[in-house]
Structure formats: structure tokens, C-alpha cells
Design a protein around this ligand. Structure first.
Ligand code: ADP
Ligand code: MG
Length: 227
């Protein structure tokens, strides 16, 4: 009976997640359907703006499904040796135009590191999610400080922004599926990031004071257990 109970709890969690995913995907789908209908019946209105809306809605579905794919259970053969500092430098390059547009600068202190066994694409996504949040937390620009070093048996990555910070009252909601305070947020970034770090047997901590911004600290064991 104990096992049965556990499984029914799991099913409840699955049901809740499925319901919220369905809801989040149905919204843009409904809007896409509506605009297709509208484009079919009206020929006098310029359709360019409709295409823009359609593209936006499709992008949203793409974002949501892309994040959810990161939750799939990885196989041992998905793990390969990679250099975390190179991954982070790649991510910063990837985000540099968004940073520039938002008047955000990077200050990087990156040690040379031993390669670790990891799923490179997943870690890339995790760092993108964290750094993007940092950029989005600074509407008037600022600095993002990134330090990467080796401490004992771990690689420690710290990403600190000078943004608005996270109020204590919402700190425990961060990482819940679809929790967002942003108008166009998916609320999936932190959930997937935490999942990815768990997959790598690492730790993920948020610390912040409201006026000093937010610091995310990620540790990854150098020696991974799965081989
Ligand atoms: P999204 O970015 O789509 O809102 P996330 O899961 O990435 O979803 O983040 C959830 C919420 O956590 C954000 O909406 C924001 O309120 C808060 N948050 C995350 N990172 C930061 C940060 N660096 N500074 C301030 N708030 C943050
Ligand atoms: Mg985000």
C-alpha cells in the first residue's frame, strides 16, 4: 500500500504538470487558430502584422517545448567530456548582442579547468537561462559578474547581477513550473536549470539581497558517477 500511495502521488504531480503544460500551449494555439480564421475571411486588411503575431505565438510554443525537452531522462551515452569555461564563454558570446542592447556588461574571472563529463547542450541551456534572467533583471543596464573556479572536488560557477533582486516572499516559488513575474516569461527557465544541474549531480543556490541583485551559485562535481 505504501508503494501504491507513492505512485498515486506521482500521478497527481504528473497530472498537475500536464494540465499546466496543456494550458500554456493551448493559449498560443487558440490565438494562432483565431488569426488563421481571420486571415481567411478578411482580404482587405494588411496581413503582415498577422504573420508577426503568428510567428510570435509559434516561437512561444517552440520555447516551451524546447525547455520541456530538457526534462527528458538522459542516457549514459549523452555524457561527454567538455570544458565548462569554454561552455560559459560560448554562452556569453551567444548572449552578447542581447546584453549590448540592454546596456549590460560582463566581468569574467574564469580559471582553466579540468574537463568534466556532462551533457554540453544541457549545461549551455542552464547557463543561458541564468544569464538571461540576469540581463532581464536589469532594465537600466549594469554588470554581470561571472566567476568560475575549481574548489575541492567541484567546479563552482557564480553568476551575479546588479538587478532588482528577488523578494524573499517569492524566493520559494522560483523553479515552480510556469512561475514568472514577466509579461512574456515562460516561467520554465529556472525549473529546467535546476533539473539540468540535478542531472549533473550538482547544486544550485540563489542568494540575494534586494538592492544588491541576485547571485546564482552552481557547483558541479568534477568526477561524475555515471561513466
Ligand atoms: P522567466 O524568466 O520566463 O520568468 P524563470 O524560471 O527563468 O522564468 O524565472 C522565474 C522568475 O524568477 C522570474 O520571472 C523572476 O521573477 C525571477 N528571477 C529569476 N532570476 C532572477 C534574477 N536574476 N533577478 C531577479 N529575478 C529573477
Ligand atoms: Mg528566465
Amino acid at each position: 500500500t505504501e508503494k501504491l500511495l507513492l505512485e498515486s502521488e506521482k500521478l497527481t504531480a504528473v497530472g498537475q504538470l500536464a494540465a499546466s503544460i496543456a494550458h500554456e500551449i493551448r493559449n498560443p494555439l487558440t490565438s494562432i487558430k483565431g488569426f488563421i480564421q481571420l486571415m481567411k475571411t478578411s482580404d482587405d486588411i494588411s496581413k503582415a502584422e498577422y504573420f508577426d503575431i503568428l510567428a510570435d505565438e509559434v516561437t512561444r510554443i517552440e520555447l516551451i517545448t524546447g525547455e520541456l525537452l530538457m526534462l527528458a531522462k538522459p542516457q549514459a551515452h549523452d555524457f561527454h567530456y567538455a570544458d565548462i569555461s569554454v561552455i560559459i564563454e560560448d554562452v556569453v558570446t551567444l548572449l552578447s548582442s542581447q546584453a549590448l542592447m540592454n546596456h549590460v556588461d560582463f566581468n569574467m574571472k574564469i580559471e582553466s579547468l579540468p574537463k568534466i563529463k556532462c551533457i554540453e547542450n544541457q549545461l549551455k541551456q542552464a547557463f543561458i537561462n541564468v544569464i538571461k534572467n540576469g540581463i532581464e533583471a536589469m532594465p537600466h543596464g549594469g554588470m554581470i559578474y561571472i566567476t568560475v573556479n575549481e574548489a575541492d572536488t567541484n567546479i563552482v560557477i557564480e553568476i551575479k547581477d546588479e538587478g532588482l533582486g528577488i523578494p524573499k516572499t517569492i524566493l520559494n516559488k522560483i523553479g515552480s513550473p510556469f512561475y514568472t513575474t514577466k509579461e512574456k516569461g515562460t516561467g520554465l527557465g529556472m525549473m529546467t536549470t535546476i533539473k539540468i544541474i540535478q542531472t549533473h549531480n550538482g547544486t544550485f543556490t540563489i542568494s540575494n539581497t534586494n538592492k544588491d541583485g541576485t547571485t546564482i551559485r552552481i557547483t558541479l562535481p568534477i568526477k561524475q558517477e555515471f561513466n
